[in-house]
Ligand binder design. Structure first.
Ligand code: MF3
Ligand code: CO
Length: 260
């Protein structure tokens, strides 16, 4: 069942989303060669707490950290470690969920570390483009399959695969609500979008073969062939005429063409 949120609930989710935006603003200048993935996770937690929120990932199904920090061939759920030091040319995705006053907001950014190659920059650009192109379709009455199909098409047109084992999802006072939102699908299929739905769209792209394995830590999903992967995500609310992104500060909205 897809839960339609009231204006009050949307307001609370917007507040959780602002915290997520603040975390990314802090990470923007923090991520550089020499920083460990654990230091990233510690900063995530610190900024959340400073803003009256907490990490909804910590303890979720036993997840041991405040953020998922995944490097290069790691697609999702990388466990932060003091031993994993970022270097020039790495790409690092930081996937976070803030909980404030009982409501959640979930988003992910992938950062190029230091001096990065074209290969690295391109997968980041295409992954964000998958999201941006999908957003152009969002309004009440549209089938979710239209959106999923768009994400898949943009990825494939650019020579990438989409992960099939992980999906976007509804969100609210729980991290994962209906509907599940695959990054592939058929136009005209799936649930119909309605005003007040709060949804996470999260393209996950692979440069090589579409085949993943889980590391011995039980969490980290990596590309089997060791090639690059990338993840980008925002929580949005469907409005009467389109959508509003909840997990972007005004500055980022302006930079990315989402300012109203
Ligand atoms: N943020 C992830 C998502 O997009 C879930 C994180 S799994 C956790 O669904 F265990 F780290 F919480
Ligand atoms: Co997420």
């Amino acid at each position: 069942m897809i839960i339609i949120k009231s204006p009050r609930e949307i307001k609370l989710m917007r507040e959780a989303g602002v915290v997520v935006g603040e975390v990314f603003a802090a990470l923007e200048t923090f991520i550089k060669p020499g920083v460990s993935t654990l230091e990233i996770s510690e900063l995530v937690e610190k900024v959340m707490v400073e803003h009256g929120a907490k990490s909804a990932e910590k303890g979720y199904c036993g997840y041991p950290a405040a953020a998922c920090v995944s490097v290069n061939e790691e697609l999702v759920h990388g466990i932060p470690s003091a031993k994993r030091i970022l270097r020039d040319g790495d790409i690092v995705s930081v996937d976070i969920v803030a909980e404030k006053n009982g409501f959640l907001a979930d988003a992910c950014r992938t950062y190029a570390v230091g001096i990065c190659g074209e290969r690295q920059k391109r997968i980041i650009d295409v992954t964000t483009k998958c999201f941006d192109e999908a957003m152009k379709l969002i309004k009440p009455g549209v089938h979710l399959g239209d959106i999923s199909h768009r994400i898949e098409s943009v990825a494939k047109e650019n020579g990438y695969q989409v992960a099939r084992e992980y999906t976007g999802h509804g969100i609210g006072s729980n991290m994962h609500e209906d509907p599940y939102i695959p990054n592939y699908g058929y136009a005209g299929e799936g649930p119909i979008l309605r005003e007040g739905m709060t949804l996470c769209f999260e393209p996950m792209l692979l440069e090589g073969k579409n085949s993943l394995r889980i590391l011995k830590d039980g969490w980290t999903a990596v590309a089997k062939d060791g090639k690059l992967t990338c993840h980008y995500e925002n929580t949005i609310v469907v409005t009467s005429t389109g959508f509003e992104i909840l997990t972007m500060l005004e500055k980022e909205k302006k930079e990315r063409g989402y300012a109203i």
